[in-house]
Design a protein around this ligand. Structure first.
Ligand SMILES: Nc1ncnc2c1ncn2[C@@H]1O[C@H](COP(=O)(O)OP(=O)(O)OP(=O)(O)O)[C@@H](O)[C@H]1O
Length: 284
């Protein structure tokens, strides 16, 4: 990992308290560096989403964090720059940090926009809640700038969700997630529902924004070839545990764990043209 850590997860365990209990996340430890893209790979059901929701403290019963810490490290020199263990915060304290410091774009997020409110109104709502002192004119201007930033265009402020394509709506969700300039963006299968070209455009956009704004990304997907392209490091999960962490190149060229090797082997595309791209390296 390069740079100071933004997030350190240590010994985190989550259980769904059903009968019999499901230990969905088992003793997971991970670190995310400043400006880093950490890919989280693994087959369906291995616990990726549960881990992401636990970090954001968005789990609901019967899910329970049974052990571990999720420390959000402060920005050196910034006010209130202490390390905070998110698992110890009250719901109200966590509400203040969520979106502001750690934001999430989840699978199908584009369908969670309110159909009867304009895009502008929904973006403005983030500022109304988290930046109550912001004047209306500034809010409108900032929302327009955000839509420009993600390539939707400020002229769409008055559009309703149904007037935008799926890709555009997902860009709006990314704008919303970045509105308060969080230091960490968690993306859980953010482009799975989109066609491949739109998916690629959005990934390039995220990469550009990350370079411009300097936030870190945890990118979750079962699409290992995609992760090899876009991640600095990749953590491979199986049965609730992280079985291997390495740079994209280490994972591709020198996977240590049998499961990682099997996962790599299950994507024939890695030996084709795309594999060639991967072998030349470089995060997006
Ligand atoms: N509400 C729930 N009650 C009981 N078990 C659950 C619940 N939600 C998830 N699980 C179980 O927890 C485990 C981890 O699920 P999770 O959704 O985190 O995996 P995932 O890797 O994100 O999968 P996917 O890629 O399909 O989203 C699975 O065994 C799943 O069946």
């Amino acid at each position: 990992m390069n740079g100071d850590p933004v997030l350190s997860v240590s010994g985190l365990s989550v259980t769904y308290d059903v009968d019999p209990p499901v230990r969905a996340v088992r003793d997971v430890s991970l670190t995310v560096g400043q400006g880093e893209v950490l890919g989280l790979a693994g087959e369906s059901g291995c616990g990726k989403s549960t881990l992401a929701y636990a970090v954001q403290r968005l789990l609901k019963p019967p899910a329970q964090i049974t052990a571990g810490q999720v420390v959000l490290h402060g920005t050196p020199g910034a006010a209130g720059g202490d390390d905070v263990d998110l698992t110890t915060l009250s719901p109200a304290e966590m509400d203040r940090l969520r979106w502001d410091q750690v934001a999430m774009v989840f699978q199908g997020a584009m369908n969670s926009l309110n159909p009867v409110l304009t895009i502008g109104a929904q973006l403005a709502d983030v500022f109304a809640r988290h930046r109550p002192g912001m004047r209306r004119a500034e809010r409108t201007e900032t929302c327009g700038a955000l839509l420009d930033m993600v390539g939707v265009g400020a002229d769409r402020l008055r559009s309703y969700p149904h007037e935008l394509s799926g890709g555009m709506r997902q860009r709006v969700m990314i704008a919303m997630a970045l509105a308060l300039r969080p230091r960490l963006l968690i993306m859980d299968e953010p482009t799975t529902a989109l066609d491949v070209l739109v998916q690629r455009e959005i990934l390039q956009e995220i990469s550009r924004l990350r370079e411009e704004l300097g936030f870190s990304v945890v990118f979750i997907t079962h699409d290992l070839p995609l992760l090899l392209e876009i991640s600095h490091r990749i953590a491979v999960m199986k049965g609730g545990q992280v079985v291997e962490v390495g740079t994209a190149s280490q994972i591709y060229h020198d996977a240590q764990h049998e499961y990682t090797k099997r996962l790599l082997g299950s994507f024939p595309s890695l030996t084709g043209e795309r594999g060639d791209f991967v072998r030349k390296g470089a995060a997006v």
